[in-house]
Design a protein around this ligand. Structure first.
Ligand code: BG6
Length: 458
C-alpha cells in the first residue's frame, strides 16, 4: 500500500513541557538570536526568552482532536517523532517516564483507531540537553549508549503499531548544525563533529540490528535531500557540485553500503582527523544496512568552484547560490519540483533501495480572510511536486510513500516562527506563542481530502 500522508515532529508540536526533560531544540529562543544560538549554543541566554518548542501547538493535550481532523482528511499514514527527552528526561534514566509512556501509548492507540499508519522518527532534533551539557552530545559514547537504551525501549513497546522507523531525522544536519543535529555544544574543532557523526552512524546500524532481530521492522536512513546543480557547465563547477553532494551522500553511503566511502576517508586523512573507532563499530555498520531511504525535499541547490557575483539564497539546512530559473518562497527557499524527480532518480540509481518522501511542503504566511484561508499557492506547490514524484515512479524509482510537511501549522525548526506555516490546518498562534490555539481547515485541507479520495477509490 502506497503511503499518502503528512508529517510533524514532537519538538515542533507537542509542547507539554511540564512532563518532559529538556531537548536541545528546547534551548533555542525565538527571534533574531535563534540562528546565532543554533550555530553557537554557548551564546544562549535564559532570561526573558521565549522558547517556542516548549509550547509547540500543544499537541500533547490536543492530539485526539488533531488526529481526528487529519483522519477526516483521509491520510493513511502520519510521520511523527517520539521525544527522547519526554521518555528519558536526561537520557540516562534506567526506566522511562510513566507520563511519557502513557502519552505515546494513547497516541498510537488513537492512530490505530483511525487506521493511520505511524512512521516514527526516534530523534528529531531532540537529544536530551543533559547529554549535550555533560557529554558534548553525540561526541561521547555515553550518548550512543543512552540512545541504544531508548531505541530498544520504543521498538520493543511500539513495534506492534509501527513498521517504518527513522532513527535520526536528517542525519546530514549534524555536519552543518552540530548542536541541533548532534547535541554538540563544544564544536570549535571539526574532530568533535566527525566523531559525533561516527557515533550517529553506529547508532543507526545498532538500531537496525536490534529492530531486525525484534521483528518485521524497517529502518530508514534519512537525508535532508536536494541535488546540487553547477552554476555553469565549467567542469570545475561540476566537480564543486559533486563535492558538495558528497557531504550528504556520505551519510547514505555508509548506511546503505555498509562502509565509509573512500572519498570521505581521504578527506579525513587530509584534515588530519583520526576517528576513535572501537572494536565492532565497522562490523555493525557493515552488517546492518538500512532498508529504505527517507528524504525531506524542499529545494535544490546550486554551487560553483570560485566565488562570483551570484547572489546567495536560503534553503533547508544549506544556503545556496540563487538559480535564475527558479522562484523562491518568502524565506528564499528555491522551489524546484523537477528537482524532486532528479533527486529521487539520483538516489535510486546509487542505491536501488526504496525511497520514502517524509517531508515536502511550502512554508508561507497564510492570511485569514472572512474566516477562510485560501492557500492556493500551497496546493500548486504540492500538485507540482506530486506530479514529479509520479514521473520518478514511471522512471522506475521505487517509492514507498509521500508525506507532506506538515499536517498542522507547527513551529518552524529554523526560524522558530509560527508564521512560517506549512500545514493543511491553520493553528491560531503567533510567533510569540500568543493566540487562541484554535484550528481552522485551509483550502489545501479540502484539496488534499479530494485528492486522497481519488487515490483510494481508484
Ligand atoms: C526539516 C526538518 O529540516 O525542515 C523539519 O526536519 C523542519 O523539522 C522542516 O520544520 C522545514 O524547515 P523550517 O525551518 O521551515 O521549519
Amino acid at each position: 500500500m502506497f503511503l499518502w500522508g503528512t508529517a510533524l515532529s514532537a519538538n515542533q508540536s507537542e509542547g507539554g513541557f511540564e512532563d518532559k526533560g529538556i531537548g536541545v531544540i528546547d534551548m533555542l529562543p525565538s527571534g533574531k538570536t535563534r540562528f546565532q544560538v543554533m550555530k553557537d549554543p554557548t551564546l544562549h541566554e535564559e532570561e526573558e526568552c521565549y522558547f517556542p518548542s516548549r509550547k509547540g501547538i500543544d499537541f500533547y493535550h490536543t492530539y485526539q482532536e488533531d488526529i481526528q481532523w487529519l483522519a477526516e482528511m483521509g491520510i493513511n499514514s502520519l510521520r511523527l517523532s517520539i521525544s527522547w527527552s519526554r521518555l528519558f528526561p536526561t537520557g540516562l534514566e534506567a526506566e522511562p517516564s510513566k507520563a511519557g509512556v502513557r502519552f505515546y501509548d494513547c497516541l498510537f492507540e488513537e492512530l490505530e483507531k483511525y487506521r493511520i499508519e505511524p512512521i516514527v522518527t526516534m530523534n528529531h532534533f531532540d537529544t536530551p540537553y543533559y547529554l549535550a551539557e555533560h557529554y558534548n552530545g553525540w561526541e561521547s559514547r555515553v550518548t550512543l549508549e543512552a540512545f541504544e537504551t531508548y531505541s530498544a525501549f520504543i521498538i520493543t513497546r511500539y513495534s506492534r503499531f509501527v513498521k517504518y522507523w527513522i532513527p535520526i531525522n536528517e542525519i546530514n544536519m549534524a555536519l552543518h548544525l552540530p548542536f541541533v543535529g548532534a547535541g554538540l555544544i563544544q564544536q570549535s574543532n571539526s574532530a568533535s563533529i566527525y566523531q559525533a557523526i561516527h557515533h550517529l552512524l553506529v547508532a543507526n546500524a545498532q538500531v537496525t540490528k536490534f529492530a531486525h532481530e525484534a521483528g518485521n521492522n524497517k529502518i530508514g536512513c534519512m537525508l535532508a535531500a536536494g541535488n546540487t546543480y553547477p552554476a555553469t557547465p565549467n567542469p570545475e563547477d561540476v566537480f564543486a557540485c559533486l563535492t558538495d553532494d558528497r557531504q550528504s551522500l556520505m551519510f547514505s553511503d555508509v548506511q546503505l553500503r555498509g562502509a565509509y566511502p573512500k572519498y570521505y576517508i581521504t578527506k579525513l586523512e587530509a584534515e588530519g582527523i583520526n576517528l576513535n573507532i572501537v572494536n565492532g563499530d565497522l562490523e555493525v555498520i557493515k552488517k546492518n544496512t538500512a532498508d529504505f531511504i527517507a528524504i525531506s525535499y524542499y529545494n535544490s541547490k546550486m554551487s560553483q568552484s570560485k566565488k562570483s557575483g551570484i547572489e546567495q539564497t536560503a534553503g533547508n539546512v544549506f544556503s545556496s547560490l540563487k538559480n535564475p530559473y527558479l522562484k523562491t518562497t518568502e524565506w528564499g527557499w528555491q522551489i524546484d519540483p523537477i528537482g524532486l524527480r532528479i533527486t529521487l532518480n539520483t538516489l535510486y540509481d546509487r542505491y536501488e533501495k526504496p525511497i520514502m518522501i517524509v517531508e515536502n511542503g511550502l512554508g508561507a504566511k497564510d492570511q485569514i480572510v472572512d474566516g477562510k484561508i485560501t492557500d492556493e499557492y500551497r496546493i500548486d506547490f504540492l500538485k507540482e511536486h506530486i506530479f514529479q514524484m509520479e514521473q520518478a515512479r514511471q522512471d522506475g524509482v521505487e517509492i514507498l510513500g509521500y508525506l507532506t510537511w506538515s499536517g498542522l501549522d507547527i513551529i518552524s525548526a529554523s526560524t522558530g516562527e509560527m508564521e512560517k506555516r506549512y500545514g493543511f490546518i491553520f493553528v491560531d498562534l503567533d510567533n510569540e506563542g500568543n493566540g487562541s490555539n484554535k484550528r481552522i481547515r485551509k483550502a489545501s485541507y479540502y484539496w488534499y481530502q479530494q485528492f486522497l479520495k481519488g487515490k483510494f477509490s481508484s
